[in-house]
Design a protein around this ligand. Structure first.
Ligand code: DC
Length: 224
């Protein structure tokens, strides 16, 4: 480190608010890496499923975290490695989503992954998307955004995404899974999904992605 302050943009919010697409586009506009922190929790969730570790057993998850290597490689097409294997495509199933939400409640898991996120951010700067970037990972950054959207809008987006991948989900199930995951992510004791007055909150329900991206980039540039 040469002491130079890297540009860190925190984009937090629940599933289905358009965080990933928005973050990727903001990163491209600002010419800094896009760092998807949810992918890291997903990789550990996948590890738990593969090794048949109970995702509600905190001690077992702590041990799993200690013996598991997770790497995130930013880039045009960022990749997540689990013990050296590229699992980027395998971590997007509903089963892994739920496992990721479960493992993310465990303090030891968060400690390890937050450290990894801080190292990546310090090294190259970046747009970090997640749930606790502005509250826990980089609380000192002045660039914090919290994206929200009505639950039905978020479930519809998730539904369309799954249909796009060739599956035929039931909308009511997608909505109920969205609400369950929101509830778990927002009420957990450790780093719950939340924001404070240092954030700019953007309701994306009735906005096009381009409009959200433009609002974020404009604000970052005005503060730089
Ligand atoms: O953003 P996502 O759906 O890929 O995230 C998967 C899970 O990981 C989500 O249920 C909450 C958790 N998560 C977290 O607790 N903290 C983060 N910074 C990112 C994700």
């Amino acid at each position: 480190m040469n002491g130079e302050r890297k540009l860190i943009v925190a984009i937090d919010g629940p599933a289905g608010v358009g965080k990933s697409t928005t973050s990727r586009m903001v990163a491209r506009e600002l010419n800094i890496p896009h760092i998807d922190t949810g992918a890291m929790y997903r990789a550990l969730g996948l590890a738990a499923l593969r090794e048949e570790v109970d995702t509600h057993d905190e001690t077992a998850l702590e041990e799993l975290t200690e013996r598991t290597q997770i790497d995130f490689v930013p880039g045009q097409r960022s990749r997540v490695l689990l013990n050296g294997d590229d699992v980027t495509a395998l971590i997007r199933t509903p089963e892994v989503s739920m496992a990721a939400s479960d493992v993310s409640t465990v303090p030891a898991v968060r400690r390890v992954l937050v450290r990894l996120q801080q190292q990546l951010g310090h090294r190259s700067g970046g747009v970090l998307e997640g749930r606790d970037i502005g509250t826990k990972v980089f609380p000192e950054t002045p660039f914090k955004f919290f994206l929200t959207a009505r639950p039905e809008v978020r479930a519809r987006r998730r539904f369309d995404e799954l249909v796009g991948k060739g599956t035929f989900p039931d909308f009511a199930t997608v909505l109920s899974e969205t609400l369950t995951r929101d509830e778990q992510d927002s009420t957990r004791a450790e780093s719950p999904l939340t924001y404070d007055e240092t954030y700019t909150v953007i309701d994306t329900s009735d906005l096009a992605i381009d409009e959200v991206v433009a609002a974020i980039v404009k604000r970052v540039r005005s503060l730089c």
